[in-house]
Design a protein around this ligand. Structure first.
Ligand SMILES: NC(=O)c1ccc[n+]([C@@H]2O[C@H](COP(=O)([O-])OP(=O)(O)OC[C@H]3O[C@@H](n4cnc5c(N)ncnc54)[C@H](OP(=O)(O)O)[C@@H]3O)[C@@H](O)[C@H]2O)c1
Length: 256
């Protein structure tokens, strides 16, 4: 039996590492009509005019994601942006563009449900611990360090502990960088290795005990449930969501 509502969805970046996984999932979803993918060098405006999607999902490059999303809004398609690196002004601009024409929109730097919950659970525990360190692990092709999720996690942890965390500074550092980076008293360490997708651990410490909140991924399939949720929600009305937290009803801070 066909579902009541079928959403017409297009995808920018369909040949990419994440996009190719999402294209398969959009094809397979029974409540989605996948109207096709658009890549580098294609004429996005012409594609949108021809295929008339209700939603454009974007997993491309920080240099083009805002323009892609604004083009989608001009064509009447609600943007769902997974591309990382959109600054607050860019997100404000997109929200304004969506509001002006009565469309919904989503910008979420992390579409993995477990990652958003890992951040929230660590944030809940943080006020009870003296010190905390974040270890994020990503595939060798990742261009930046630390990950946006690790930085957002450190900021959220710092905000949840008004007295601040103890940050250990060794008397002697024999290998520069051994203690990682630091954000708000939270040490952040980045591992880059082939074989990893996108993992993160938050280790909280008190004398005599530690608590570890860990999120592990085994493939880019981890982004599929979050993106499908976004596609379904964004056509329900003109609401603009910042972060998967908001989509999940976690009362998001717009960071997940
Ligand atoms: N929010 C999340 O949960 C999440 C998860 C994973 C990744 N990301 C982000 O998503 C983005 C893509 O990541 P990835 O690892 O999939 O990268 P990738 O493998 O390099 O794929 C990027 C894709 O974007 C396409 N592209 C580049 N410029 C374009 C343009 N001007 N117009 C249309 N398409 C264009 C490329 O097309 P060609 O194939 O034609 O070169 C490629 O298919 C990154 O910003 C990454 O940080 C976010």
């Amino acid at each position: 039996m066909l579902p009541d509502i079928v959403v017409r969805v297009a995808l920018a970046g369909h040949r990419g590492r994440t996009g190719s996984e999402l294209a398969r999932a959009l094809e397979a979803a029974t409540d989605v009509e996948y109207v096709g993918g658009v890549g580098r060098g294609d004429d996005l405006a012409a594609f949108l005019a021809r295929r008339r999607p209700q939603v454009l999902v974007d997993f491309t490059h920080p240099g083009v994601a805002l323009d892609n999303a604004l083009a989608a809004v001009r064509a009447g398609a609600a943007p769902v942006v997974g591309t990382s690196g959109l600054g607050p002004e860019a997100v404000d601009r997109l929200e304004e563009a969506c509001r002006a024409v009565g469309l919904g929109g989503v910008v979420a730097p992390n579409f993995a449900v477990g990652a958003v919950l890992m951040m929230r659970l660590a944030e809940l525990a943080a006020p009870f611990f003296e010190a905390v360190e974040v270890i994020e692990m990503h595939h060798a092709g990742k261009a930046d360090a630390p990950s946006g999720t690790a930085l957002a996690t450190a900021r959220r942890l710092a905000a949840s502990k008004p007295g601040g965390f103890a940050h250990n500074r060794p008397l002697t550092v024999t290998l520069p960088g051994a203690r990682g980076g630091e954000e708000g008293g939270v040490a952040v360490h980045s591992v880059r290795l082939p074989g990893v997708v996108a993992d993160q651990e938050v280790i909280l410490g008190l004398p005599g005990q530690t608590l570890v909140v860990a999120h592990r991924t085994t493939s880019r399939e981890c982004y599929v449930p979050g993106v499908l949720l976004a596609v379904r929600k964004v056509v329900e009305g003109p609401r603009f969501y910042r972060g998967l937290d908001e989509l999940l009803g976690l009362g998001g801070l717009g960071l997940g």
